[in-house]
Design a protein around this ligand. Structure first.
Ligand SMILES: [Mn+2]
Length: 375
């Protein structure tokens, strides 16, 4: 039996520029740590080899230090690693791979396939058919030639490619770097290991996307895994088992507040997040002053506990109740201003937005003032 670990889309060196600096560096660091975990997993599971289906690096221009650190992260598994470039780290004439070679950073047990020549391993005996991208975008199917490639009889044939299976993924993203559906069967492959799609996904009984082992966006497409693949021998169907590998869990949440209990639910949900969570939160609807206070407190408290919380309250309308306004004791001129702002915040134009912000600010200030007077 052959047992291998299939992974892809490590995107080492990704910058996460939309995050605060400390979160961005933690997220980038996690990607290397997860590769160390993959090496450990490969050793623990006693796999015969590790296949990396492209986009090892996020960009050609990653720092030399990052290149060295990535290859050092493989040290925990002494068996063979076989990798191909993807679209982010395409095997150009001058690429991150040629630089890695010049730096002498690539360990002897790592094979980087920069040409489509089959790689034959003696132990375990098998043939790997790679389809490395040599440019970022192609419109021809690089796995087309697999069927015509002869490999020694009796050796399992394993394909390794990076691209979009035609007709499988959402519209618009399957036009470049195409891989024909049904390629594994058509090219007599025992298994076809794919990269590019960042979620873990079965294509057919002999073909899978591993997905990225460390989530890198809010798509919620079942990323953060690697695949253990067992092959009893040539012709046998592979047994594929996803293994969770990711450190961080990414959440994209929208919370619409319409009644008081919606606020309770949001506060409760935020309380459930911890250090491994990366959250993008958008709050819409409306709330009174007390609700607004609770939400802001919960967001502040959660932000101090999780890896990252980006909260967007710009679509949340502050609707002070009559009691809120009365309690603010804003009479005279101030009362008139508040009335005007309450009416002004209806609508979707820029002026309504300004009125909402002003009302929230003013009500919040008065609220604070009252709080400090009470102390
Ligand atoms: Mn990728």
């Amino acid at each position: 039996m052959i047992k291998l670990l299939h992974t892809a889309d490590w995107q080492i060196g990704k910058l996460f520029g939309q995050f605060e600096a400390d979160d961005a560096s933690a997220l980038a660091e996690a990607r290397i740590a997860t590769v160390e975990d993959l090496a450990r997993l490969a050793t623990e599971e006693q796999v015969d080899l590790v296949l990396v289906a492209g986009d090892v690096f996020d960009a050609q221009g990653v720092a030399d230090k990052t290149v060295r650190r990535l290859f050092n992260a493989l040290a925990g598994y002494r068996g063979p690693w076989v990798m191909i470039p993807g679209n982010h780290d395409a095997g150009l004439a001058e690429s991150v791979w040629t630089r890695a070679a010049r730096l002498q950073a690539i360990p002897a047990n790592v094979t980087v396939c920069l040409s489509p020549a089959p790689v034959q391993l003696a132990n375990p005996p098998l043939a790997i058919l790679p389809a490395p991208l040599t440019q970022r975008i192609t419109y021809t199917d690089l796995t087309e030639g697999f069927a015509a490639l002869e490999t020694p009889a009796g050796l399992p044939r394993i394909g390794l490619a990076h691209g979009s299976v035609q007709g499988l993924l959402a519209d618009g993203i399957d036009s470049t770097n195409p891989v024909a559906a049904g390629r594994a069967a058509q090219a007599r492959l025992d298994y076809l290991a794919l990269g590019d799609w960042h979620g873990t996904r079965q294509v057919d009984e002999r073909c899978w996307y591993a997905g990225t082992p460390e989530t890198d966006n809010f798509k919620g497409n079942d990323s953060g895994n690697a695949l253990l693949v067992e092959l009893d021998g040539p012709g046998a169907l592979p047994r594929v088992t996803p293994v969770a590998t990711g450190r961080y869990r990414w959440h994209d949440r929208t919370s619409e507040l319409l009644v008081g209990s919606d606020t309770d639910r949001l506060v409760e949900e935020l309380a459930g997040f911890g250090p491994r969570d990366v959250i993008q939160l958008s709050v819409t609807g409306h709330t009174d002053l007390a609700g607004h206070r609770r939400i802001q407190h919960a967001i502040g408290a959660t932000g101090g506990r999780v890896r990252s919380l980006a909260a967007d309250l710009s679509a949340l309308r502050l609707a002070p109740t009559d009691e809120d306004i009365a309690a603010l004791q804003a009479d005279g001129y101030l009362g008139a201003v508040i009335d005007e702002l309450r009416q002004g915040q209806e609508g979707n134009d820029a002026a309504a937005g300004v009125a909402r912000d002003a009302l929230a600010l003013l009500a919040g200030l008065l609220d604070e003032l009252r709080g400090s007077e009470a102390r």
